[in-house]
Design a protein. Structure first.
Length: 199
């Protein structure tokens, strides 16, 4: 009875990881175009579309990460998901303000503040990965570093302290997570062999 259950769990993990990985990949392509290219050029309509799409995708990722991180602690997985949803709400607020005010600086300010919550999300997710016996500790450590970078940048922005942007270097943790999700998802899918039905 246990073997089929284990096989099913492997298939589910593969699906969760691949879905989260491909969504993160889509966000990694869309976000820089919308927020770092279109916004400075005051192409607010395009930025708004990207903002709303990223909000929805962030919520999907938050939900998918719960079963992925659960082996590191259910409470930590749920907390990480909740923080990502809160970040998505912050980005949604920034996007709504952009629609109403057509002010790129205001969008950037609200988004920068929201990135503090995103940093906390990465830190909690990193702790969950480090605590899990099933997930790679190195990815967890990289997420901790990435989260600390976002948190540092947001705090210095809030208090208007001129300093170097750490997240421009520490974002590698997000890239590592994306690549691991895709790699491990495909690996689990390849290892999954459905049970042969009895004749």
């Amino acid at each position: 009875m246990r073997a089929p259950a284990r096989t099913l769990d492997t298939a589910q993990q593969s699906t969760y990881r691949l879905a989260a990985g491909f969504i993160l990949l889509a966000m990694a392509i869309a976000s820089p175009i919308g927020f770092l290219v279109a916004l400075p050029q005051e192409q607010f309509t395009f930025t708004t579309i990207v903002g709303f799409v990223v909000v929805v995708l962030d919520i999907f990722v938050a939900l998918l990460l719960i079963p992925i991180l659960r082996s590191g602690g259910t409470s930590l997985a749920s907390c990480a998901a909740a923080l990502r949803v809160l970040y998505a709400i912050g980005l949604f607020t920034a996007t709504i303000l952009l629609v109403i005010r057509q002010d790129g600086e205001m969008f950037t300010q609200v988004w920068d503040y929201s990135l503090a919550i995103f940093g906390l999300h990465l830190i909690i997710a990193g702790i969950a990965m480090c605590r899990s016996p099933e997930l790679p500790t190195i990815i967890g450590v990289l997420l901790l570093i990435a989260g600390a970078g976002y948190l540092f940048d947001s705090v210095t922005t809030i208090f208007r302290v001129e300093t170097v942007s750490l997240s421009g270097f520490t974002f590698i943790g997000e890239v590592a997570l994306l690549l691991w999700l895709l790699w491990s998802g495909f690996r689990l899918r390849g290892a999954h062999t459905p049970p042969v039905p009895d004749d």
